[in-house]
Design a protein around this ligand. Structure first.
Ligand code: ADP
Ligand code: ZN
Length: 215
């Protein structure tokens, strides 16, 4: 079964958490462009210097830079059995650039949640600065990463004005992308309300049902 997946949805729908869970279950890499860029910023690399300002203000990093970052990542051997792309593509140009690499995407999982709930979630989100582990809203007491033992922190762009900006950018630039993939009949729509486990079961069930359909 080929597993080249893309997760699309507004910020705060739980894409990162779901991608992490799918990656553990299927033993294929979770590629989060947001995490790749945050690592670049922290390491002080040249790329980090270029992207920092865009990220800080909730703007998208230019498409040509993103395509280079993703192409480089997809050239590693560990993606041969599949991968989960989280946060890319985010514009039509990025999707077309990905198409031009000849790498076929099997499924696009679209996770939707209303904006009020998104804002509530992002304002209470804590994550591990080292591995990207995200604390669920239900785990109120946890303050260190269960994997790395470092203190969980709020993300700099999880600020109300920047969240609103990210939602607007999502609506204007990323949402139209769904049609690009709907035309191919590969989009699975998943309700992102409910617990992490509930959403995970919906995704798995949706993907399995579609596989049965195609046999
Ligand atoms: P979220 O989905 O919660 O907004 P991410 O962690 O996916 O956050 O991304 C954080 C920031 O990194 C974005 O606001 C944007 O500046 C940048 N970024 C990540 N992926 C892309 C992409 N594919 N294209 C352009 N910018 C990106
Ligand atoms: Zn960690």
């Amino acid at each position: 079964m080929d597993r080249r997946l893309v997760l699309i949805g507004p910020p705060g729908t739980g894409k990162g958490t779901q991608a992490q869970m799918l990656s553990e279950e299927w033993k294929i890499p979770h590629i989060s462009t947001g995490s790749l860029l945050r690592e670049a910023v922290e390491s002080g690399s040249e790329l980090g210097g270029v992207v920092e300002q865009y990220m800080r203000s909730g703007e998208l990093v230019p498409d040509n830079i993103m395509l280079d970052v993703v192409k480089e990542r997809l050239s590693h051997n560990d993606v041969s059995g599949g991968f989960i792309l989280d946060g890319f593509p985010r514009t039509i140009e990025q999707a077309e650039g990905l198409d031009r690499t000849g790498i076929d995407i099997d499924r696009v999982v679209y996770i939707y949640v209303d904006e009020d709930e998104i804002i509530r979630r992002l304002l209470s989100r804590y994550e591990c600065p080292k591995c990207g582990y995200i604390k669920g809203a239900e785990n109120n007491k946890e303050d260190v990463c269960p994997k790395c033992g470092v203190k969980l922190v709020r993300r700099a762009d999880d600020d109300i004005d920047i969240i609103k900006k990210r939602l607007k950018v999502y609506r204007e630039q990323t949402e139209p992308l769904l049609d690009h993939y709907k035309d191919r009949g590969i989009v699975l729509e998943v309700d992102g309300n409910g617990t992490v486990e509930e959403v995970f079961r919906r995704i798995e069930k949706g993907l399995i049902d579609e596989d049965k359909h195609q046999e």
